[in-house]
Write a protein that binds this ligand. Sequence first.
Ligand code: 5GP
Ligand code: ZN
Length: 112
Amino acid sequence: MSDCLFCRIVAGEVPATVVAETERTVAFRDVAPQAPTHVLVVPRDHHAHAAACAAPDPGLLADLLVAAADVARAEGLEGGYRLLTNTGPDAGQTVHHLHVHVLGGRALGALG
Ligand code: 5GP
Ligand code: ZN
């Protein structure tokens, strides 16, 4: 999708600080980090959010979680970290290409 920001990052058309890549995923630093480590893990294929990916390609959701765990290990987040994926307007999803936030490097507090 040429008008999708994260498709354009995956394609290398928009610059990003890429920290890891697999056959099916790309991980890059969030431009506005909410924690000392804030990485986004996205599929190369376009899906609007996790629910839209679940039926056509459930294995891709597993690939994203494995890639996120690898990022967390590489970032040294032994103390723990949070994986988050927003779905839809009430969750505040702003980029409509499935992404998993990897947040860590400080105590994150309870979800409110
Ligand atoms: P959402 O709110 O949709 O779950 O998260 C979207 C995330 O994408 C936000 O944390 C935001 O800071 C990040 N973001 C938005 N535009 C860009 C960009 O151009 N580059 C990078 N690396 N991150 C972005
Ligand atoms: Zn996309």
